[in-house]
Design a protein. Sequence first.
Length: 91
Amino acid sequence: MSGIDIRHSHSLPHTKARKAVEEVAKKLAERFEIEYEWDGDDLHFNRSGVDGKIALKPKELHVTAKLGFFVSAFKGPIEHEIQRVLDERFS
């Protein structure tokens, strides 16, 4: 099983960072048809072949995901899209 592990620093206040993470999740939901929900400051997302989370910390986001066999073929484009959206929302 393949995985994604991205750390992205930020300097936003908690409320704005949380809103930005929500916007990231909406973009990913549109692009990759994922479902997501908050559990405290962790946003969990999943779909067939993908199970992951975005952990919101005071100065950093930590995105982790486990990719199933078929989805792992798209690891590169998925990581690129996540990084692009994070750069867009948190830079």
